[in-house]
Design a protein around this ligand. Structure first.
Ligand code: ADP
Ligand code: MG
Length: 336
């Protein structure tokens, strides 16, 4: 497939419109039922066109939220009830089929991205203080280089193995954190719940990620706003229909500043420091688990390697580099 790098300005112009609500998603008013819950450290919004009647639509939305909450509890490595917590604390092998499957997927993405996505960065995330949302950003400081090296030495996705449905580790120190993929996975599961309840279309927005199925109204696509990484507002509005989603990883979600430098929550498993080179990376693809993990990985890779990766795999991405320049790789029309 032929791919071209184009400036987003051209993309937005070609689309002809660039409006979006602050929430990051736009849909025609009135005929859509919209509910919001706080979960996974963010606001999650589900929108479903009211075709089944209000009661059934609301019930469908609640089932989808409940499924996401279930996944959040199960996959939260800081929750003492989670098999991930037990695995990290006492090396109890994980036999939960769902966690084993998602771990397998995470490792597949680690391999595909040369380790840019690494679900064992836990000691680094912990050292940088990004697990504790209670710490104000002004209380955070850059860890000493020796401590970063020590935390880095504990990480390494190759130390985790998924075999015959069980997750094991090759040494005692490694810690598994599926936080970089669990949210996306939960969005895919939520879509399954909505479909099972009879919904023909819907949109789920969770922090920097949106997943849709069907269309907002007959012949009217969902419109998804792409946030400007440095100020309020949007740099583009994208029409989505069918099974499609976008995940954005940015340096603006959780960060602190020291000596005029921004330190954020996406860590480069190669250096132990926050990844440099991009302000935000968005990945547009059908599978929300892949989108979630790939946006993190491509952010880590930096704009040049990320664009190469996207081109090589026919993946649609929108990258805002460290200078604020915006690129998108877009598939050329079929047959071109
Ligand atoms: P968000 O959770 O806001 O969508 P991401 O999907 O980009 O953000 O995931 C960031 C989270 O993933 C971090 O909070 C951290 O726990 C973990 N993480 C950080 N760096 C990496 C990495 N290189 N690979 C995998 N997970 C990472
Ligand atoms: Mg993500």
């Amino acid at each position: 497939m032929k791919k071209a790098l184009v400036l987003i300005a051209a993309l937005a112009a070609a689309l002809g419109w660039a409006y979006a609500l602050r929430s990051g998603a736009f849909a025609p008013k009135g005929k859509i039922i919209k509910r919001t819950r706080f979960m996974m450290d963010t606001l999650v919004t589900i929108q479903v066109p009211n075709e089944l009647g209000t009661r059934r639509t609301e019930a469908a939305i609640n089932r989808a939220f409940d499924r996401m909450a279930e996944i959040e509890r199960k996959f939260n490595c800081l929750n003492p009830e989670s098999p991930l917590y037990k695995f990290n604390e006492s090396r109890a092998p994980i036999t939960d089929p769902e966690i084993a499957a998602v771990t397998g997927k995470a490792l597949e993405i680690s391999r595909a991205t040369g380790g840019a996505f690494d679900p064992t960065v836990y000691p680094l995330v912990d050292l940088w203080g990004f697990y504790t949302t209670s710490v104000s950003s002004s209380a955070r400081t850059v860890p000493a280089p020796a401590r970063i090296r020590a935390a880095l030495a504990l990480a390494g996705w190759r130390r985790i193995t998924v075999k015959e449905g069980a997750v094991t580790a090759s040494d005692r120190a490694v810690r598994l954190d599926l936080g970089g993929i669990a949210k996306g996975y939960s969005m895919g599961e939520a879509v399954k719940e909505l479909k099972a309840a009879g919904a023909k279309s819907g949109l789920i927005l969770a922090g920097g990620q949106v997943q849709v199925f069907g269309s907002a109204a007959p012949g009217v696509p969902w419109k998804v706003g792409l946030r400007n990484p440095r100020k309020d507002g949007y740099i583009a509005s994208l029409p989505f229909d069918g099974d499609l989603g976008i995940s954005t990883s940015g340096d603006y979600e959780r960060f602190f500043e020291e000596g005029g430098v921004r330190y954020h929550h996406i860590l480069d498993p190669g250096t132990g420091y926050p990844a440099r080179g991009s302000m935000s990376v968005s990945v547009i693809t059908a599978d929300p688990a892949w989108a979630d993990a790939l946006s993190t990985a491509l952010f880590v890779m930096g704009p040049r390697r990320a664009a190469e990766f996207a081109r090589g795999r026919g993946l649609d991405v929108i990258i805002v580099d460290a200078a604020g320049k915006v690129f998108s790789s877009q598939a050329a029309p079929a047959g071109d």
